[in-house]
Design a protein around this ligand. Sequence first.
Ligand code: LLP
Length: 406
Amino acid sequence: MTLHCEQIPYSRLAEEFGTPLYVYSQAALTNAFGAYTEAFSALEPLVCYAVKANGNLSILKHFASLGSGFDIVSGGELARVLAAGGDAGKTIFSGVGKSEAEIEFALNAGVLCFNVESLPELDRIQAVAGRIGKTAPVSLRINPDVDAKTHPYISTGLKANKFGIAYTDALAAYRYAAGLSRLKIVGIDCHIGSQLTDLSPLTEACERILLLVDRLAEEGIGLEHIDLGGGIGIVYHNESAPDLNAYARSVARMMAGRGQKLVLEPGRSLVGNAGTLLTRVEFVKQGEEKNFVIVDAAMNDLMRPALYNAYHRIEAVELRNIKPFTADVVGPVCETGDFLGQQRELACEAGDLLVVANAGAYGSSMASNYNTRNRAAEVLVNGGEARLIRRRETWEQQMANETACL
Ligand code: LLP
């Protein structure tokens, strides 16, 4: 038995493209996007894929071809969306620290709106729009003060987080925005965190946002859209799978009879399960207290285990007739935190291939060059065809912007 991505054995991909290698299934991308449009079909939402989860141009192009819009958080991500043929008119610009240059770029490109997170940001957008003679569509990101019950580093909807405008300041912020001549208020948004497997915080946030929409309407501030932020969590290990259809039904019930368009910004749930990190075992090392499977992928390729203590399933590509043993799966980087998995039961030896599962989201997009390691290549599999969608980086590319001066 050997593991495949769609119809292609991983061993063939490793031979052809080398390791470490990110491998994505196009069908899984399509299905994940379809699950959202299907579940929310009663509301005909605009699904804006969160580019930060995986910004590869081919992946963006594929989502654009399915009708997706985009959620971006930097000028660089907007450049990616445009390069991939995405529609700026379906792109929303989130993030707490947009620079003047980024705002100008986005206004000229014609983004759907800016998700604004503070009063000084409103002032900055007003100033840039005035300078270049444009009107800026804005939505205010309101912090609903709901506990998302996820890892503290990826929880964003609490009072103590840097994100959004406080719920209690929301009306005043809208009044302030309404007084700025170069801004057009188009929406409201929230985002309470990522990898949410319990749906109740999401529906609670929606409820609180809709209360505000009603208060705004009473003040004569009408909105075109309501943006509920990122998507649901995925199953990495033993989490219970959140039910997208149940979430959609709750939202549809709450939104019924309202004139606003629904906007969603899912990232992880569109790409997470579609990708794996393929890696080769360099050595099996028996330590004094532990065994180590040393592989050619490392924390610079997939940072999630080191940064969040995140769990990714790890499996041998070939079923081998070797006695299974327990080991930490670690990379060549010189840090004790450089592990992809700890205390895993594996049956493998040097030269074997392993897949690190559910690595499509926040894997390659968070990769770095630490230890001067080249970033991994990426491949998109469609049925029996595999296309290289990112070449393996080279040392020359890594050093290209540096000078060795005296
Ligand atoms: N919208 C906004 C404003 C966001 O900040 C995020 C994620 C999303 C949408 C997409 O959320 P999703 O559907 O992916 O849950 N690096 C971390 C995740 C950071 C998420 C940051 N914001 C990880 O690897 O778990």
